[in-house]
Design a protein around this ligand. Structure first.
Ligand code: 6PG
Length: 246
């Protein structure tokens, strides 16, 4: 890991601004009109961040230079309330007028195993590789209260260590099928941003960042070998950290 940063901010707007500044700096470092590959996380945390991005930062960066992928997706149709794509479409894409050509959704309506193969091919075709694995500029993750990231749940080391690009997994509680990036791809990224907000995540955030020496939680294995790891926390999620941010 090149660098690990813990950034603690007071609000979702400030988190959105910080994330935008990261994208801005990464775009600045690109040559000419090169694009940035960003894998979005799902769930509820990013929604308010995306809304803030689209409200306050629609002119801050050239969003047309960003290629959007997903860290994981539920195996549901794109208009399903559970769809991570639908959440990003409503909170980000429609408000920022992002070209359809820049959006590479996981087709949750397809047969999962077939879609995992298809999506792995889409990633390989659009994201440059390093050490034979796709190297995203940014992989965005959330954190489950059980310590999962993307859709890699506790006890599912196979999906973390897999040398495949994606895996089909089953949510341990709901039984819902999901397609997820594997840990090999997550840890091959140039930047991994783990976005956590809310007091309900304070215990697991402190556990993963400060206490999980045995690596019981999938989040503890996020370790971008040649990249940066940035924990982007609000003050509530950071409430139990002994060291409050770098
Ligand atoms: C998903 C996510 C998942 C999420 C965490 C946190 O598809 O649900 O990718 O990994 O980031 O479960 O979810 P919340 O933001 O809803 O707490």
């Amino acid at each position: 890991m090149k660098d690990r940063k813990i950034v603690v901010l007071p609000s979702e707007d400030r988190i959105a601004s910080h994330f935008t500044a990261l994208l801005y700096d990464l775009l600045l470092a690109k040559k000419g009109y090169e694009t940035l590959s960003v894998a979005l996380s799902g769930g509820s945390t990013p929604e308010k961040i995306f809304e803030s991005l689209s409200l306050h930062h629609n002119k801050t960066i050239d969003w047309a230079r960003i290629l959007f992928f997903w860290s994981d997706e539920r195996c549901v149709p794109p208009d399903d309330a559970d769809s991570n794509y639908r959440m990003a479409r409503l909170s980000l894409f429609e408000k920022l007028d992002i070209p359809e050509a820049n959006i590479f959704r996981i087709m949750g309506e397809n047969e999962p195993e077939q879609e995992a193969i298809r999506y792995s091919g889409v990633i390989s075709g659009h994201v440059p590789s390093r050490e034979k694995m796709p190297e995203f500029d940014v992989v965005m993750l959330g954190l489950g209260t059980d310590g999962h990231v993307a859709s890699i749940f506790p006890g599912n080391k196979g999906s973390f260590l897999s040398e495949d690009i994606t895996a089909v997994v089953v949510h341990p509680q709901s039984g819902q099928k999901r397609i997820t990036l594997t840990g090999s791809v997550i840890n091959n990224a140039k930047n991994v941003v783990i976005l956590v907000t809310g007091r309900a995540k304070a215990e697991i955030t402190a556990e993963v960042i400060e206490n999980d020496k045995n690596g019981d939680f999938p989040a503890s294995h996020v370790n971008p070998l040649n990249g940066n790891l940035i924990w982007l926390l609000d003050t509530e999620a950071a409430a139990l950290l002994r060291q409050k941010g770098d």
